[in-house]
Design a protein around this ligand. Structure first.
Ligand code: HEC
Length: 191
């Protein structure tokens, strides 16, 4: 009887400790300094997020910055540590696990130029000739230089230009870039 009581107590204690360590304690940290969430997200951003998921960007780019003192994220200039409200509006949260490329949690602050993003998506090697990021040409259309007057094509380096043609971002590329630029830690998270 005594042994059964000890066993039962042990089981309960194991669950209680696990629950405290895995749910109660993290929640206490998460609640610290978190801003009230806002529930409005512009259409372009939700669409961009959908395309980000569809294209599998998360297989190479995480979206979670570790706190200063945990790894080298802070020294790399990836921004402050991520907090719960950074992920408040968009599902799936896609924090990512792989870092073949840099973390993108604060890319909107680091790289706010739309043209830069278009070029990087159309052909990463137009920016960095040794880039291992795949190009996403299906997010762009190649049209004759005279087509769509008033719309300027991407400024491609000589090696990637197509004579007589210009490269224009599609709506999908525009939404994706709006989403990437919205990934700015100033907008979300702690004060
Ligand atoms: C196979 C891995 C891979 C995939 C998939 C990938 N990238 Fe990348 N990305 C990289 C690497 C590696 C870099 C670092 C620079 C380089 O090599 O071009 C990078 C760089 C970037 C940068 C610049 C980061 C900075 O800090 O300057 C952005 C923005 C970016 N990628 C966005 C995307 C988006 C959006 C997608 C999906 C449409 C995507 N990447 C898919 C590997 C990948």
């Amino acid at each position: 009887m005594m042994r059964n009581t000890i066993l039962l107590f042990g089981i309960i204690a194991t669950f209680a400790i696990a629950m405290f360590g895995l749910t109660i304690l993290p929640k206490m940290f998460i609640d610290e300094g978190v801003k009230e969430p806002t529930y409005f997200t512009p259409f372009e951003v939700t669409e961009g997020h959908r395309i980000f998921v569809r294209e599998g960007c998360i297989y190479c780019h995480s979206k979670q910055v570790r706190a200063e003192g945990f790894g080298a994220d802070f020294e790399r200039g990836w921004g402050r540590a991520s907090v719960a409200t950074d992920y408040r509006n968009l599902l799936p949260h896609n924090l990512g696990t792989m870092r073949t490329g840099p973390d993108l949690a604060n890319i909107g602050a680091r790289q706010p130029g739309r043209d830069w993003h278009y070029l990087n998506l159309y052909q990463p090697r137009a920016i960095n000739e040794h880039s291992i990021m795949p190009p996403f040409p299906w997010l762009f259309e190649v049209v004759s230089e005279d087509a769509r007057p008033g719309r300027e094509g991407l400024r491609l380096p000589e090696a990637y230009r197509i004579p007589g043609m210009k490269v224009l971002p599609t709506d999908e590329a525009r939404y994706l870039v709006t989403y990437l630029i919205s990934l700015d830690q100033q907008i979300a998270g702690v004060d």
